[in-house]
Design a protein. Structure first.
Length: 233
């Protein structure tokens, strides 16, 4: 968890920039910020682990032609975090201490960063649903309940629009929307940059972990699902 709104960032949600500033002795005295420091160099705050996970989902969704699987647990954790952060910020209105004001400002910046990435991740998923509504009926297991409801509503509007503008004015044989050639699909033939997360074999060539490749999405899709590679661009 990311901490409750009743605790200050000194006790819980301290942005990394503030932690670094303390290490550099740019702010305050050590006795005032003892709890701001990490326990050790290898420790990573839970909030940063969660943000890293969100950023990875966002980055992959941006560059992947198809709709990736929705991570409901992460989404709920992010929502809880944003609500807790905002509650704490609302409680800090009117602070006069310079150090507390700095921490409020940094916390606000950090909150807006998370809110932007989270919102853009969801927006890009909706854009994919709108781009290929008929095809997305095959991807309902990758959607959240909200996205599934949106697909149903958008699909009904989409079908109604097509029938009023086109389908009702063409021969009946051409009116079916479930014909293969009537369904717009994502471009699986597009080329992307890939990062090997493990040693992989492609085209009878072994590629070590950390290797960057350029290949079609359809040729790397299975390895991406197996988490052996990840999209870079």
């Amino acid at each position: 968890e990311w901490g409750s709104p009743s605790r200050s960032p000194v006790e819980a949600d301290v942005p990394l920039v503030l932690q670094q500033a303390h290490r550099d002795k740019d702010i305050g005295a050590e006795e005032d910020f003892g709890q701001v420091l990490l326990e050790g160099e290898e420790d990573i705050p839970v909030e940063n682990e969660l943000y890293t996970k969100l950023h990875r989902h966002w980055f992959q969704e941006r560059h992947c032609p198809e709709l990736l699987e929705f991570d409901d647990d992460m989404a709920q954790d992010i929502k809880t975090h944003l609500e807790d952060r905002q509650d704490w910020l609302d409680q800090q209105e009117g602070v006069t201490d310079a150090v507390e004001d700095l921490m409020v400002t940094l916390t606000q910046m950090d909150t807006e960063r998370v809110r932007f990435v989270f919102s853009d991740w969801l927006t890009r998923r909706i854009a994919k649903i709108e781009a290929h509504p008929l095809y997305m009926r095959e991807k309902i297991e990758h959607m959240s309940d909200g996205e599934l409801g949106y697909l149903k509503s958008y699909g009904e509007l989409y079908e109604s629009h097509l029938r009023n503008t086109v389908l009702d004015h063409v021969p009946e044989a051409w009116q079916r929307l479930d014909e293969e050639n009537m369904i717009s699909k994502p471009d699986y033939d597009s080329y992307h940059f890939w990062l090997a997360k493990d040693t992989i074999d492609k085209n009878d060539t072994e590629h070590e972990k950390g290797t960057c490749l350029v290949a079609k999405y359809k040729d790397m899709r299975e390895m991406m699902i197996e988490e052996k590679v990840e999209l870079q661009l």
